[in-house]
Design a protein around this ligand. Sequence first.
Ligand SMILES: *[C@@H]1O[C@H](CO)[C@@H](O)[C@H](O)[C@H]1NC(C)=O
Ligand SMILES: *[C@@H]1O[C@H](CO)[C@@H](O)[C@H](O)[C@H]1NC(C)=O
Ligand SMILES: *[C@@H]1O[C@H](CO)[C@@H](O)[C@H](O)[C@H]1NC(C)=O
Length: 257
Amino acid sequence: MGKVPALWSLCLLFNGFVWLFVVIGSEESWQKAAPERSEYYCPWQCLNFVQMWPGSFCVALATRFECVLPKNANNWTIHGLWPSDITACCHYWYLFPSDLTDLLPDLNWHWPSFINLSNFLFWEKEWYKHGTCGGCVETLNSPNKYFRAALDLRTKYNIDSAFQNAGIVPSCRYSYQLSTFQAALQPTLGDQYELQCATDIQERQILVQIKVSLSTNFSTGCIQSGSQDGSPYKPCQALWNIFYFPPNLENPRNPCP
Ligand SMILES: *[C@@H]1O[C@H](CO)[C@@H](O)[C@H](O)[C@H]1NC(C)=O
Ligand SMILES: *[C@@H]1O[C@H](CO)[C@@H](O)[C@H](O)[C@H]1NC(C)=O
Ligand SMILES: *[C@@H]1O[C@H](CO)[C@@H](O)[C@H](O)[C@H]1NC(C)=O
């Protein structure tokens, strides 16, 4: 039980609190360094739960990657669960396949890699970059809890059914107004989320990813300063219609030529 919080404090130490021990290396200072429960500090307030659409993910994919869409690519999948404004919190907290044994079927189905990188390597990257920052919250403080939470969130914030209920279907020919997507998503995602788009070679604006901002208790509506996440996608613009392309396994980089 006590193992995981201990690991988290260890990470904090490695990642910047080492000076404490350099400056005051006595027994007493060790006791001082251990926080009271009420002082536990979490460096982030919001989580971004990010889902991506296989139909358009590869349109903006850099050519240095191969695009490998899974055969069942007809549903929104998980990209990641990202504590806001912080990454790579613990270099020595590794993900092992045995952490995920009970979750494998669901993870393979709902959290596949779309590039020539194994699913596990994708999860490992997400864990290293984002998952290791979740450990200050009890519901995320182990690899298994982190990946399980993301799977549960996919069920709770289900974009397939939100779109289905609103009659939004993938198409190469029809496009939608931003407000149509917003009306469809509002009942499920509230109003703190971002629709992210890419532009294809024909200059069409296409929906690729949806980031919903959650509080630490996983409810919607967490307000964050709109900082960039370094992805190749931009917030979708109301000025132009938005395409929602059907997945095209033969030509995933240009699904609607
Ligand atoms: C993925 O594909 C790219 C482009 O074909 C290639 O350069 C790279 O080595 C591949 N990576 C792996 C891990 O297979
Ligand atoms: C996948 O999408 C289809 C069509 O929108 C929907 O009927 C189905 O329930 C979805 N499956 C899951 C597991 O969400
Ligand atoms: C979740 O947390 C938010 C922000 O702290 C709070 O406003 C909300 O009431 C909480 N919701 C539940 C169901 O506890």
